[in-house]
Design a binder for this molecule. Sequence first.
Ligand code: GH3
Ligand code: MG
Ligand code: MG
Length: 458
Amino acid sequence: MLRMIIIFAILLPLYSDKIILTKAEREFIDSHYIKCETTTTWQPFNTTKDGKLSGIAIDYWNIIKKQLHIKSYCTPVNSWSQVLYDIKNKKADISLCTADTPDKRKYAVFTKPYVKYPIVIATKNNVGFISDITLLKDKKIAVGKNYTSAQILKENYPNFHIIEAENIDEALKLLCQDKVYAVIDILPVIAYKINRYEFSSLKISGKTPWNFNVKFMIRNDYGLLVSSINKAIDNITEDEKVRIYSKWIKIKQKGLYSTNDVFIILFAFAIIVFLILFYVGYLRKEIRKRKVLESQLERLATFDKLTNIFNRYKMDLALEEQIEIAKRYNRDLSIIFFDIDHFKLINDDYGHKVGDIVLKELTKLVEKSIRKSDIFGRWGGEEFLIILPETTKEEAILLAEKLRKNIENHKFKKIKILTCSFGVTDYKKDDTFETIITRVDKKLYVAKKSGRNRVKYE
Ligand code: GH3
Ligand code: MG
Ligand code: MG
């Protein structure tokens, strides 16, 4: 008894794996070459990949053909209406994925469903959730012509505004172009399509109350084929169903971005980088220009245009600063103020241009005789100021005398002889800018009054 149970347990899986056909069913299959017809645009159910038919329905059909040893050839056709016509007229024997509806039952028979999916509503991305299909009653809805979803919709809501496109792709194109408000079809088909680049503006917005039972449709005089296939469907394991499902759902989700998306993202990125670089280049140029302008302005504000030594503005600031240093740190500070003698006559005799040349020549001559730390500038007209930091009055008088002699002895280009009168003073306690300048100016006046070409000091 135990031995019998063991033998039975070993044989049971073999038996359950084997499909037991009736004699009539076996003879029917053996004596017929089954002509199958399918469309190729109802992805992921039927499509072509590398020139070969493929898809969920094709995978199921291949399993069933193998299990039942069916001899068959599958012909792809352009439209679903063509499939229906050929089954009706017995030019084709079987079609792989449809639902049975009363009108088709007039000329076809159906197997049991091999998979079931909900029928869903697709819209543009900006449409909210559609909780009830009756919300679509005043809207245009596109469906594939003669598709099962179309028939179910027409039967249940004959007053809906239904537009039948040649296939699901055409229906979705109408949706993209805003020619319809919604498209209705089976979930995996819609989900598969809207993941493609050209339909990326679409989404699934709601569910209809109906499920789609996917079945084989067979010409109505081939009842023996139906019963055989039903046995094979029962024999398909859950593992196999999961394998087929995940194979096609994987494709549906393949990559976050299509090649087109990647290209567009890279292109946009390149443009942004180019614009940033262009802008940075532009800014750099502007900064360079501004720096040149600023340095030009600074020069204008600091230097005298004719003689290229400090101007009055800069000399004012420098003297204020040096008085402050002398006061705070008790340092020596002296100034020399000098003026060209009878310069008016030079202009009158030789002209203004020669006068300008003389001013420049005199400046060069004085610059040669003073220290780097001395601050030399044009006070105005033919008057000059030299600020001498860390210098006593005695040292300043010596320098003024040296300058006076140098000028007197210098052979100026056109005019040959030129002299200057000098006032000298030093910083005294409680001196301000005004008091020190007034004192030195008075000394210069004294030098002029007492015959010019001399140095006076206090
Ligand atoms: P004094 O010895 O009393 O100083 O006689 P001066 O002729 O030098 O003095 P005055 O103030 O009478 O005349 C100054 C002259 O300096 C008048 C003006 O035309 C000339 N001058 C002032 N600035 C410039 C300049 O930039 N270029 C030229 N060529 N002449 C100038
Ligand atoms: Mg003068
Ligand atoms: Mg003068």
